[in-house]
Design a protein around this ligand. Structure first.
Ligand SMILES: [Zn+2]
Length: 347
């Protein structure tokens, strides 16, 4: 991810956060700098002395600097804690309520590959959705970083693609979390770790390609040295003894080993995934209980129909935790496996 992408991401995040917390940002044309106008308590939470201050994605003397390295993420985390725990007010008039609607929603979304599924019942419930923001940094010769976000259903712990809920217009603040942050922290970290590896793939590929290239150059260079060590000197015409030759070759080999391990060290990659903030949104959903029958074993799963997406939420594989729509079930425990885990299990 390039610097500009991160800048735009941070600007969008800051803009949504400020607007959701009772302020506004008047952006310049490039959308990476602007002026914020906020109530006094929001200014204080964002570490500002004035109610009107500049916002920009570059470091600066005054105002709010939207960078991953500075204090912005800490200020944002504090502001989310103070202003955001929220109840989203959605029109719930046309949620599915009939058994035939539940049947249809489940049937058209999921494939139970080796089991039978039967909808037992459904009903409207309040669900706490947790939106997490993480700061991801990968460090090698070069640095890659990004602000990542995911929203999880705190009951199923499945990620849902609701987009940025801070962007949702009709939120009313609630005083505290209904479901504590640690309920979804690990699941959020798992999802965002995979997301990091995916987003950073071009970066990781580039580091790897550079390492391979430098390795090859070193090998070629030392192979040439080795060949030279083995040949008779043209100038002196002295033939080295077998012992001298062995010594020379050993020195060259050791030198190559040393250089190669230096390379490995230089291109080693370390990564940090740091949770920045969590915001809770309580939103009505439809919980649908489905009984899965695999041979003689039965188990009831609670599936969720998402009111914002107006569709079923995916289910997590019990082994790799990736979400999906097609599942195989184990014989005795009726654990849902995705196609990849099912194949690994069968082989
Ligand atoms: Zn799986």
């Amino acid at each position: 991810m390039s610097r500009t992408d991160v800048g735009l991401q941070l600007a969008e995040f800051a803009g949504n956060l400020i607007e959701q917390s009772g302020g506004m940002v008047d952006w310049d044309e490039d959308h990476t700098s602007g002026t914020a106008i906020v109530p006094p308590e929001l200014a204080e939470s964002l570490g500002q002395h004035e109610d009107v201050f500049p916002v920009r994605t570059a470091p600066g003397e005054d105002g709010l600097s939207l960078t991953l390295g500075g204090e912005f993420l800490d200020l944002a985390s504090r502001t989310i804690r103070q202003f955001v725990p929220a109840t989203a007010a959605f029109a719930v008039s046309d949620l599915p309520v009939r058994k035939t609607e539940f049947d249809k929603a489940v049937e058209s979304s999921f494939g139970w590959q080796n089991a039978r599924g039967k909808v037992l019942k459904g009903g409207i419930v309040d669900v706490s959705y947790h939106s997490w923001w993480f700061h991801a940094v990968l460090q090698s010769e070069d640095t890659w970083e990004s602000l990542l976000t995911v929203t999880l259903n705190s009951k199923s712990k499945s990620p849902v693609r609701t987009g940025d809920l801070l962007n949702t217009a009709t939120l009313s603040p609630a005083s505290e979390f209904e479901v504590p942050a640690d309920v979804t922290l690990q699941a959020a970290a798992d999802v965002l770790q995979r997301e990091t590896m995916q987003q950073a793939k071009p970066f990781l590929d580039r580091i790897d390609a550079t390492l391979q290239r430098d390795r090859k150059r070193l090998r070629d260079y030392y192979q040439a040295l080795q060949r030279e060590a083995g040949t008779v000197s043209k100038r002196t015409k002295v033939v080295p003894s077998a012992e001298e030759l062995q010594d020379k070759l050993r020195v060259v080999r050791l030198e190559l080993q040393r250089k190669l391990s230096e390379l490995e060290e230089r291109y080693a990659i370390s990564g940090v995934l740091r949770p920045i903030a969590m915001a809770e949104f309580r939103i009505p959903a439809v919980a649908i209980d489905v009984e899965i029958q695999r041979k003689a074993a039965r188990r009831v799963f609670r599936l969720y129909w998402n009111a914002m997406l107006r569709q079923m939420e995916p289910v997590s594989c019990s082994r790799c935790h990736r979400t999906g729509w097609n599942f195989w079930f184990t014989n005795d425990d009726v654990e849902p496996y995705c196609s990849v885990c099912h194949e690994q299990d069968a082989s």
